[in-house]
Design a protein around this ligand. Structure first.
Ligand SMILES: [Zn+2]
Length: 251
């Protein structure tokens, strides 16, 4: 690994650390900057050493230094996931505007996966912030993809809206909006691979949980994480998947 890769990985750790704050505070309508990071149990503010991504968690052995409350492993996991995905983006797209564009998508996917799992919400504010940043980067670095992104947004949102109306609550409007944002970033037709994988993985895991007796058919199973999973696979391997599928169909 070169220095640039180390830098990208560290940037991802910091990005993931920020996402932890976003995922906790945005659904609670709290400010992102004030107050500074603190233990949710005792309110003790975190020192600068404790704020270092992953290393701070390991140093504290996963507990608050003051009250001993357990820090959820979600914190270092999200930081490592963000850093790993940033590195994958860098390897696939190099130091380009396209890598930045897709980094926005990665941040939106990780943040909404966390909020959907924690509080069953996909906040508009996260989607809109991601879309706004994406629009700006599209205008600067990928002006040739306007049409793909526009069609992607309409098809992604439209297909999911249809599914939400048919399923009557099986798919929420947060999922519909997230699907539109994914369509915007991946563009037509790459988003189709992402949507297909989301439905496939969601159905498989849902069925598995019901069969294993963990959930009943009436239980809520968040779909956001499956949309995110499908989008990530579509982002890195979408074109290869579509080619493979077309070669199957056309023989
Ligand atoms: Zn504490």
């Amino acid at each position: 690994m070169g220095w640039l890769e180390v830098f990208v990985f560290l940037l991802g750790l910091v990005g993931g650390s920020f996402l932890n704050v976003v995922a906790w505070r945005i659904p609670r309508r709290e400010s992102l900057v004030k107050p500074g990071s603190h233990c949710p149990e005792c309110g003790h503010p975190l020192g600068s050493l404790e704020l270092i991504p992953v290393a701070g968690f390991l140093w504290l052995r996963g507990r608050c230094r003051h009250c001993g409350a357990r820090i959820p492993p979600r914190y270092p996991l999200l930081e490592l996931a963000t850093a790993t995905l940033f590195l994958l983006l860098f390897w696939k797209f190099g130091p380009t505007g396209t890598a930045l564009f897709y980094a926005c998508l990665v941040l939106v996917l990780l943040a909404t996966t966390c909020t959907d799992l924690m509080v069953r919400l996909i906040p508009n504010r996260i989607l809109l912030a991601g879309l706004a940043a994406g629009l700006a980067l599209l205008a600067v670095f990928r002006p040739e993809s306007w049409l793909d992104a526009g069609i992607g947004l309409l098809v992604g949102g439209g297909l999911s809206l249809l599914a939400a109306e048919i399923s009557r609550g099986g798919l929420g409007y947060g999922d519909v909006k997230l699907s539109g944002v994914i369509g915007f970033f991946l563009g037509w037709p790459n988003e189709l691979a992402a949507l297909f994988l989301a439905v496939l993985s969601g159905a498989a895991v849902g069925l598995g949980l019901v069969l294993a007796g963990v959930k009943t058919r009436k239980d809520y199973i968040p779909f956001g994480p499956f949309l995110a999973l499908g989008a990530l696979i579509g982002l890195f391997w979408g074109q290869a998947l579509i080619h493979w599928y077309l070669s199957l169909v056309t023989g």
